[in-house]
Design a protein around this ligand. Structure first.
Ligand SMILES: [Fe+2]
Ligand SMILES: [Fe+2]
Length: 317
């Protein structure tokens, strides 16, 4: 059984226990703390927190089913005890904290701001580009926003250290990361994005269709726009590729992918794995090894060792 850990703090923001919840004892044994739908028992939680436990575990399937409960904007709002009018600023502060948790340089964050300004300047004749950035900004508070932004800065952090990572390449990776999931009808479907096709089969049809369509929808849109580099389109087109038969929508094998889609896929997967370990520093190696073990052929092969170096240096591991 595969488990995903979540900080105990999240109990503060839920009223009912949505799924089976486990804890791991120092002996390594897993113990069920609550059964699904059981009433939240604050004393029981407190007792384990006092013993020094910092996180609980839920099963992988439950994570996808209930991530809305654990990671939605209401949770963040309640967590910060703020009103919706100030949520945007506070939310950005939460994301900044995540970037510093994993050691992303402040200069990288500044690079992101500068690149976005440059992209907007270069495409000032194309209002739709600005429209897409605006649409992205409206997603603040959603997982769509947080995982895309973090993928963008992770791509920059990686590219900056590589000889292929010129400013033009950084710009393309940034643009692709910000736009890659804007094809969703319902931004909440992004929670259920589960890189392999078998995983999608188990989802409700509406969600599955949204996931399968989000790539062609955004690609159609970008193709109609001037000034969108071919590389950006290709990164987005193949962002769920690399797993062959299990990839969608194009079932691309790792060996068929060019370098930039591989760079993007690695950073995207790493960020999603960081969410699964609540951005805990001691769990970064786990998130890293899961990522590189999943993508290890074709052009991914040449990226593995530099990616490990960059994450290791970044997180001071
Ligand atoms: Fe996606
Ligand atoms: Fe994504």
């Amino acid at each position: 059984m595969e488990y995903i850990n979540i900080k105990f703090d999240f109990f503060d923001y839920i009223d009912n226990v949505p799924c089976d919840i486990f804890i791991r004892l120092s002996s390594g044994k897993t113990l069920k703390l609550f059964s699904a739908n059981e009433a939240k028992d604050v004393d029981r939680i407190k007792a384990y927190q006092e013993k020094g436990l910092k996180e609980f575990y839920i099963q992988k399937d439950d994570f996808y089913k209930h991530s809305k409960t654990f990671f939605n904007e209401d949770v963040i709002e309640k967590a910060l005890e703020i009103t919706p009018t100030v949520i945007a600023d506070q939310y950005l502060a939460v994301i900044q904290e995540m970037t510093s948790d994993i050691g992303i340089d402040e200069t990288t964050l500044k690079t992101a701001v500068r690149l976005e300004e440059e992209i907007l300047k270069q495409s000032s004749s194309e209002k739709v580009v600005k429209g897409l950035f605006d649409r992205f900004a409206k997603q603040q508070g959603n997982f769509l926003y947080s995982h895309s932004y973090l993928t963008a800065v992770m791509c920059l952090q990686f590219a900056k250290k590589m000889d292929w990572g010129t400013k033009e390449i950084q710009k393309k990776l940034y643009m692709a990361a910000i736009f890659h999931d804007l094809g969703y009808q319902n931004p909440r479907s992004v929670f259920y994005e589960n890189s392999d096709l078998d995983g999608l089969e188990k989802l409700p049809e509406k969600v599955r269709v949204d996931i399968l369509n989000h790539v062609p929808v955004i690609i159609e849109r970008l193709k109609k726009m001037k000034n969108i580099p071919e590389d950006v389109i290709n990164i987005i087109k193949y962002h769920h590729g690399g797993l062959g038969e299990q990839s969608y929508p194009l079932k691309m094998h790792a060996t068929e992918l060019a370098l930039l889609p591989c760079v993007f896929i690695l950073c995207h997967e790493f960020v999603k794995n960081l969410f699964k370990v609540s951005f805990r520093k001691d769990k970064i190696p786990e998130a890293l090894s899961k990522t590189i073990n999943k993508y290890n052929s074709g052009k991914f092969k040449s990226l593995t060792s530099p990616f490990i170096d960059v994450v290791t240096e970044m997180g001071d591991l």
